[in-house]
Ligand binder design. Structure first.
Ligand SMILES: *[C@@H]1O[C@H](CO)[C@@H](O)[C@H](O)[C@H]1NC(C)=O
Ligand SMILES: *[C@@H]1O[C@H](CO)[C@@H](O)[C@H](O)[C@H]1NC(C)=O
Ligand SMILES: *[C@@H]1O[C@H](CO)[C@@H](O)[C@H](O)[C@H]1NC(C)=O
Ligand SMILES: *[C@@H]1O[C@H](CO)[C@@H](O)[C@H](O)[C@H]1NC(C)=O
Ligand SMILES: *[C@@H]1O[C@H](CO)[C@@H](O)[C@H](O)[C@H]1NC(C)=O
Ligand SMILES: *[C@@H]1O[C@H](CO)[C@@H](O)[C@H](O)[C@H]1NC(C)=O
Ligand SMILES: *[C@@H]1O[C@H](CO)[C@@H](O)[C@H](O)[C@H]1NC(C)=O
Ligand SMILES: *[C@@H]1O[C@H](CO)[C@@H](O)[C@H](O)[C@H]1NC(C)=O
Ligand SMILES: *[C@@H]1O[C@H](CO)[C@@H](O)[C@H](O)[C@H]1NC(C)=O
Ligand SMILES: *[C@@H]1O[C@H](CO)[C@@H](O)[C@H](O)[C@H]1NC(C)=O
Length: 827
């Protein structure tokens, strides 16, 4: 730093002028405009040379001499000139145009005279300041999209001379910094933390200096995802026509991208469609021309990057005349069996009919009694003979007529293949051992023989071999027990036959085809036995069941053993149950059947009052309406009646019992009530619940039938009880208001307590009295002795004694009300 300053000073001295010269002129130019650096010529009559120098520049930036082109330094080319002479400025003044920022600095004007008598004019020093109005170098986006809670920074930077100041306004008011809004970095950053509703608005950044001000608006807007305003609609076109699906969306910001998919695959991935399809700027999909294969669901998906993309789907139906897609040159028909002469057709809308030509004549299938026209246009021949051989062609038609006929197809009648040997109907295999299912085929051409399981499960590859049509399964497992199909096939026909493999020595297979017959309170289940695990083995069954929505399963063994039906009792009406049946043989428990659900009938076909949503319950209006005034208890398997559990109340409710009272009768407690007034839904039985505080408890699962009272043996003495009485129908219930009952302390107890308390109190009082008596006696004695001396002293002593002596008074009081004290304790 020091060295630099020194150099500058030396430079100044060498030019013979002191910068500190107070006369130095300071002028200010505006960036881009022009300025005159004034300099006079003291002896204009003498020829002179004008030098303009810049501080630190070795060569003058401008040299002028009459009659020559002036010298102008490169950076001033075209910008510096001598002022015209008829102006108010000195003759050596410099006209500097298009002022730049780096023009700022010290300038020296020197005038040299060619006549040696004239010493040069002392240098004129001018300091040029270049001022620039502010201009932005960084501005925030015109619109910033936010969600409430986002944090954002708006950046606003400006240049200018002097350095501009930055101010922020919101909706024309200066922004006041707060917890969430702050202005940082000399005002260039406006930060909003966790944007709230009231922070949304139009922000303005202003940059200002002495030369002017500029401003920039930045809207802060709540972003919104794209919404489809014009969705595509289903359209039908004939092949070759153009189709247009609009998909117009609105969004903030509005930079919506639209993606079109056909059946879930982006259009641009479908090369056969892509070449004919374009997505227009407005989002519309245009396919021109349509082709038969274009038909399907088209989905547009719009998004502006905010929220989840929106979709709209429409179906494109492309119609075209019925056409033949494939012409096999030869088709074989199996002699004496049924066979199909195929016509391979594609058609939208579906075909109306197909015309056939056989050996150049129209073939009228209607007239042939062994020929059936199939819906897909092919011909089914129920019994093939030689007369069906020939040269055929087909022509399909639909509403748009036809796209043409098939080529000629040679139909040849041949003997079909035969099974040789044919598998037996059943094979038996012991578990763990091996079994061979025999099958073979003969015919011309030689048929192929294949095996599969009828349930389409895969054959266990590691344990099976097929040799010349024979299927061998090794290490038999229970799962190999199944139907198998042998298929013998050549061009002429395909024959299929099935055989059953019984794997013996296993636990039973799951029972199946479980059916149920339902009643309100019971359900009858029947099922078909699964294979018992061995030839003629016996099995017996277990039923597992539970009410829907409950976790635990109940279990019933079916009796007599081997029976394949059972009635389950004590179910709740209108409720859905899940069942599984499991077989068991001498080897153990077999697999469970599938879970079967069934719903007990709602009483009288009525849907429940407060139902669990139960799709299985359908009202059956043709059923006689259940008579709620009749109470018929259900019976269980032994024929005796029982009271069903109410899982979820259904059917009409009874009225609640009234006027529940609790009375003490001798040493027991009689809870009684009055039956409901309205007897249209009579209670089948009553029940009682009680609590002290906390939860209600059932009274020993008591079902009170034909009575309106109940005797409770024991209640806790001195406790407060609440009771409520339930009126129950078989399916619903209602309960009374609660009744409070404070169990009195029994007389005997009371008397004993009173006696004990009384006794103790008496004892205490007695002690106190005797103590007092002794004290008073002593005092009297002392008084007599002291009387002669001082009366005052005695009085002081008495009042001091009064503090101790107060204790017998409340004791005495308590003795007066022993009953009261006990009563409050009871409560
Ligand atoms: C300075 O130069 C500009 C451009 O050549 C001219 O328009 C202007 O009149 C000149 N000013 C004076 C004072 O000569
Ligand atoms: C130049 O400066 C010298 C010394 O400062 C002074 O004596 C002289 O008069 C000046 N000449 C002019 C033309 O101002
Ligand atoms: C649209 O613009 C917003 C903000 O400028 C951006 O976040 C979003 O990714 C853009 N969306 C799309 C689909 O280009
Ligand atoms: C459009 O077509 C599809 C398929 O044929 C159909 O399921 C859907 O209901 C149609 N939509 C309208 C609005 O007609
Ligand atoms: C026509 O239907 C029959 C029976 O459904 C079928 O066997 C045949 O393969 C079908 N024809 C064509 C060409 O698909
Ligand atoms: C072939 O079957 C047709 C019926 O479709 C019958 O009219 C004709 O007599 C049969 N021909 C022979 C040779 O059995
Ligand atoms: C298939 O099994 C049968 C009966 O065991 C046998 O006669 C026949 O030769 C076997 N076929 C082949 C190709 O092994
Ligand atoms: C088993 O039930 C199905 C329908 O669920 C029925 O078609 C089939 O005939 C039944 N099988 C037997 C052996 O009853
Ligand atoms: C129910 O099982 C018994 C044998 O336990 C049988 O006699 C009766 O026919 C079966 N009833 C029905 C309807 O299947
Ligand atoms: C039952 O109680 C109500 C009010 O609590 C009362 O008006 C009515 O007389 C009582 N009925 C009987 C029979 O006690």
């Amino acid at each position: 730093m020091g060295i630099v300053t020194l150099l500058v000073l030396l430079g100044l001295l060498s030019s013979g002028v002191c910068l500190q010269n107070g006369d130095a002129e300071h002028i200010t130019a505006i960036l881009g405009e022009s300025v005159i650096l004034n300099c006079a010529v003291s002896h204009p009559k003498i020829p002179y040379i004008i030098h303009w120098k810049r501080q630190h520049h070795k060569i003058p930036i401008y040299i002028w001499y009459e009659g020559y082109d002036p010298h102008v330094e490169d950076t001033y080319k075209g910008r510096a000139s001598r002022v015209s002479q008829d102006t108010t400025y000195g003759l050596a003044s410099l006209n500097l145009t298009n002022v730049r920022e780096d023009d700022q600095g010290w300038y020296e004007c020197k005038v040299f005279y060619l006549d040696r008598t004239g010493s040069p004019d002392n240098g004129t020093w001018i300091h040029l300041d270049v001022h620039a109005p502010p201009r932005f170098t960084t501005t925030p986006d015109d619109v910033t999209y936010v969600n409430i809670g986002n944090s954002i920074i708006l950046n606003c930077e400006a240049e200018g001379t002097p350095k501009p100041e930055i101010f922020w306004f919101r909706d024309d008011e200066p922004v006041v910094p707060s917890d969430s809004v702050g202005i940082f970095n000399d005002g260039t950053e406006l930060r909003i933390n966790k944007i709230r509703d009231q922070d949304i608005g139009d922000y303005v950044c202003v940059a200002r200096n002495a030369e002017g001000r500029v401003h920039h608006e930045a809207k802060v807007v709540i972003a919104g995802g794209a919404v489809i305003v014009t969705p595509p609609q289903n359209q039908t076109r004939q092949e070759g026509e153009k189709v247009e699906f609009p998909c117009e969306a609105k969004a903030l910001p509005g930079n919506v991208t639209v993606i079109w998919k056909r059946e879930g695959v982006a259009i641009d991935k479908l090369s056969w469609l892509d070449i004919r399809a374009i997505v227009r700027k407005d989002g519309a999909l245009v396919i021109n021309p349509t082709s038969a294969d274009d038909g399907g669901f088209f989905t547009c998906e719009v998004s502006n990057g905010i929220g989840t993309p929106q979709r709209a789907t429409a179906y494109l139906n492309v119609e075209y005349p019925a056409r033949v897609t494939y012409t096999p040159t030869v088709q074989y028909l199996p002699f004496r069996q049924q066979g199909i002469i195929k016509c391979f057709i594609k058609s939208n809308p579906p075909i109306q009919f197909v015309t056939w030509i056989k050996d150049k004549r129209l073939f009228d299938a209607e007239k042939e009694n062994t020929v059936v026209k199939l819906n897909n246009g092919s011909l089914l021949i129920t019994k093939v003979n030689q007369s069906h051989q020939g040269r055929y062609s087909c022509t399909p038609y639909n509403r748009h007529t036809t796209a043409g006929s098939s080529g000629d197809m040679e139909v040849i009648v041949r003997d079909p293949p035969v099974f040789s040997p044919r598998p037996q109907l059943q094979y038996h295999g012991q578990i763990g051992e091996e079994v061979t299912l025999v099958c073979g085929g003969q015919g011309s051409p030689t048929p192929e023989v294949t095996w599969k399981r009828r349930d389409n499960q895969n054959l266990p590859r590691d344990r099976t071999d097929i040799v010349g049509g024979n299927l061998t399964i090794r290490s038999l497992r229970k799962s190999d027990h199944a139907y198998y199909e042998c298929m013998v096939s050549n061009e002429i026909a395909t024959l299929v036959t099935a055989t059953q493999l019984l794997v013996e020595g296993t636990t039973p297979h799951p029972p199946y085809n479980i059916t149920s017959e339902t009643d309100p309170f019971s359900m009858k289940l029947s099922w078909l036995p699964g294979y018992p695990g061995g030839k003629d083995w016996e099995q017996q069954y277990t039923i597992w069941y539970r009410a829907l929505g409950f976790r635990t399963w109940s279990q019933i063994d079916v009796k007599p053993a081997g029976s394949t039906n059972i009635t389950i009792h004590n179910l709740s009406p209108g409720h859905t149950y899940e069942f599984q049946v499991q077989g068991k043989n001498m080897l153990g428990d077999g697999m469970f059947s599938d879970v079967v659900t069934a719903t007990t009938e709602a009483l009288g076909g009525q849907t429940s009052d407060s139902p669990i949503d139960n799709p299985h319950v359908t009202p059956t209006p043709d059923k006689p309406v259940y008579d709620y005034s009749m109470i018929v208890f259900p019976t269980d398997s032994s024929g005796s009646t029982y009271i069903p559990t109410i899982l979820n109340p259904t059917g009409p409710k009874p009225d609640p019992p009234r006027n529940v009272t609790v009375r003490r009768v001798q040493d027991e407690y009689l809870i009684s009530w009055i039956p409901p007034t309205d007897n249209s839904v009579p209670p089948a039985y009553y029940g009682i619940e009680y609590r002290t505080d906390g939860t209600w408890k059932k009274l020993n699962d008591e079902h009170i039938i034909d009575a309106t009272s109940y005797t409770m043996k024991k209640l806790k003495s001195g406790k407060k009880y609440y009771f409520r009485v339930f009126a129950n129908t078989l399916t619903s219930f209602a309960y009374s208001e609660e009744t409070m009952f404070v169990v009195p302390v029994q007389n005997k107890e009371k008397a004993i307590t009173a006696a004990i308390v009384g006794g103790i109190l008496f004892f205490i009082v007695a002690i106190i009295l005797s103590v007092c008596t002794v004290k008073i006696c002593n005092k009297r004695k002392r008084r007599k002795q002291e009387k002669a001396y001082n009366m005052v002293d005695c009085r002081v002593t008495e009042s001091r004694n009064g503090g101790h002596g107060s204790s017998p008074v409340p004791l005495k009081k308590r003795k007066e009300f022993p009953g009261e004290a006990i009563t409050t304790e009871q409560i």
